[in-house]
Design a protein around this ligand. Sequence first.
Ligand SMILES: [Zn+2]
Length: 121
Amino acid sequence: MAIHRAERHSDDYYVYPGATDRALRRYRAFTLPPGRRPRCPQDAQCSCRGCSFDDVRHARDVLDEVLRALPPRARAELGRRVAVLDAAYLRCTLPDPFADRRQWRADRWWRRRLAGGWEGA
Ligand SMILES: [Zn+2]
């Protein structure tokens, strides 16, 4: 399968066999259950490839990396699944008006959301 091939051949430390699945589950879990209170991504305490998923933005980074590596058809397929989660992520987080100043890699839209305080429903 294209995703497994992309994971196996990636030279990104954070992309490894199973990482896409883990990223999808992490990303989905962040948005569930749908609730009224906004959620905030939080920094991971450790930067290893396991703990990094504590930060939901890292999960989106991994998905971005994998999407770039996929051939068109597989990219479109995974892209549709990610788009659904993107929409949910946008609904349950708030924009950070000072993202350029205080968010790491603020060029990525999913890192331009208020972060730090509280994650949960
Ligand atoms: Zn760790």
